[in-house]
Ligand binder design. Structure first.
Ligand SMILES: [Zn+2]
Ligand SMILES: [Zn+2]
Length: 69
């Protein structure tokens, strides 16, 4: 898979990750890693809460939509 953003810009980079929201292929430069606490937000089973934050990969567009202003 190629990086979607690089392809849009006319370049070509091998994708190293996939955005978990939109499924876009992303190269190292365009992948945004955001560590999240999986059950944050009142999940009703605290015993199943994971101890470490889980990494997840977002593209810049989804990152801006979710965390940007
Ligand atoms: Zn790229
Ligand atoms: Zn995305």
């Amino acid at each position: 898979m190629k990086c979607y953003i690089c392809a849009l810009e006319g370049g070509e980079s091998e994708a190293v990750a996939v955005c978990i929201v939109c499924g876009m292929g992303l190269c190292m430069e365009h992948a945004i890693r955001k560590d999240v606490d999986l059950w944050e937000g009142g999940y009703p089973l605290p015993s199943k809460r994971v101890k470490a934050p889980l990494p997840r990969i977002l593209c810049p567009e989804c990152y801006a939509a979710l965390y940007g202003k």
